[in-house]
Design a protein around this ligand. Structure first.
Ligand SMILES: [Zn+2]
Length: 135
């Protein structure tokens, strides 16, 4: 059996990503997806779905940086166009705001990535043996 095996039932990508964004199990939406802040639980406590196959790696931080960067730069440009702030004021506003936004969205973004991986049966999510790539 391979990932492209058509005998496996389809999984809704949008539903799995939305469940992941809510930090819940992409399969049942009842169990918690994370044991700790960014540590995915190995197995759903409600439906038993194996979630340890996730390989989100650097993709959630990449998405988070893209989102936070676009929001912060947009706000900064709007402030620069309309107000005269000192450098100290800029530092006191943008650094804490960037940090808070990053901490706030990192977990849901990782949940969404894990949900997508689960939906498209990446890695071991396809109910198949996990492939080990040889260098
Ligand atoms: Zn579950």
């Amino acid at each position: 059996m391979t990932i492209s095996d058509t005998t496996l039932p389809d999984r809704s990508k949008s539903q799995a990503v939305m469940r992941g964004l809510k930090c819940t199990c992409p399969n049942c939406a009842e169990g918690k997806l994370f044991d700790k802040w960014l540590k995915v639980t190995p197995e759903c406590s409600v439906c038993g779905e194996q979630l340890h196959h996730e390989r989100a790696q650097d993709f959630p931080p990449y998405i988070t940086i893209m989102i936070v960067g676009h929001v912060i730069v947009t706000l900064l440009m709007m402030v620069e166009a309309n107000f005269v702030w000192s450098l100290t004021t800029h530092l006191l506003v943008w650094i804490p705001l960037s940090t808070a936004m990053t901490l706030a969205i990192m977990q849901p973004v990782k949940g969404g990535v894990v949900g997508f991986q689960w939906a498209v049966r990446m890695f071991g999510f396809g109910d198949t043996e996990e492939r080990v790539e040889q260098p």
